[in-house]
Design a protein around this ligand. Sequence first.
Ligand SMILES: NC(=O)c1ccc[n+]([C@@H]2O[C@H](COP(=O)([O-])OP(=O)(O)OC[C@H]3O[C@@H](n4cnc5c(N)ncnc54)[C@H](O)[C@@H]3O)[C@@H](O)[C@H]2O)c1
Length: 242
Amino acid sequence: MGELRGKRAVVTGAAGGIGTAIVSALQSEGVTVTGVDMRASDADHSIEGDLSDRAFCNGLPAQAVERMGGLDILVNNAGIITRGKITETTDEDYARTMAINVEAPFRLCRAAIPILERAGGGAIVNVASCWGMHPGPNHPLYVMSKAAVASLTQCLGMDHARQNIRVNGVCPNEVNTPMIRTGFATRGLGPDKAIDALNASVPLGRIAEPEDIADVIVFLASDKARYLCGALIEVNGGKPVQ
Ligand SMILES: NC(=O)c1ccc[n+]([C@@H]2O[C@H](COP(=O)([O-])OP(=O)(O)OC[C@H]3O[C@@H](n4cnc5c(N)ncnc54)[C@H](O)[C@@H]3O)[C@@H](O)[C@H]2O)c1
C-alpha cells in the first residue's frame, strides 16, 4: 500500500498486543508513527501518559504534529476490558471504562479532525469489538463502551466525509493478546490450554493474531479504502459472538 509512504500516524495503546502489531504494520508501509501508551512502545515517537486524563487527550494530536510535522492518520486502539455482571461492577469501573474506551476516542477525534481538515483530509480508524455489535454475556460495561465506539465511528464517518476525512472501525472477535490471556488467568485457566479450546471454536481454526487485525487497520487507513466511510469491519475468522 505504497501510497501510505511518508504519512504520519498516532496510534493509542501502542505498547499492547494489537497496538504493537499496528505500529509495526504501519512502519513497514513507510508511515512515521507516534505511539501513545502508559509505557514506551516501538513507535518512532513514544508519548507516555494516561488516556483517562482529559487534558492529555485534548492536547495529543497537536503534540504529535509537533513531533512529526503533521498528522494524517489516527488509530484509536487503546482499551480496557472490564469483566463481570452489572451487579459486580462499581462506579469506578464505570467511570474508568468509559473514560478510556469512549471518552478518549471522542476527545482524540474531536481534536484531530480540524488538524486533518487543514491538511486536506486523513483517516481515522477506531478499534471497537464484535461485542460492541453483538453483545456477549457478563461484560456489560465493556460491551456498551464498544457499542458507543462503533456508533461514534458511524456518525463521524457520515459527518466528516465532506472534509475528506474517512472514519472507519474494526471489530475483532478474540485476539491472542495480553487482554484475553489475563482473563483466563483470573478465571484460573492456563492461557495456552484455554487458547487451544478457543481456537477449536473458530471456523478458520484459530483465534486472531494481532497482525490479522493490524492488516485490516492499515487497509482502512490507506487509499485502498478510499470509498469507505463509517464502515465497521468484523474481523472474526467466521466466528459469531457466543
Ligand atoms: N484482544 C482481544 O480479544 C480484543 C477483541 C476485540 C477488541 N479488542 C480491542 O483491541 C484494542 C487493543 O486491545 P489488546 O488486545 O491489544 O489489549 P492490550 O491490553 O494488549 O493492549 C491495550 C493497551 O492499551 C494501553 N492502555 C490501556 N489503558 C490506557 C490508558 N488509560 N492510557 C494509555 N494507554 C492505555 C495498555 O497499556 C496496553 O498497552 C482494545 O481497544 C480492545 O478492546 C481486543
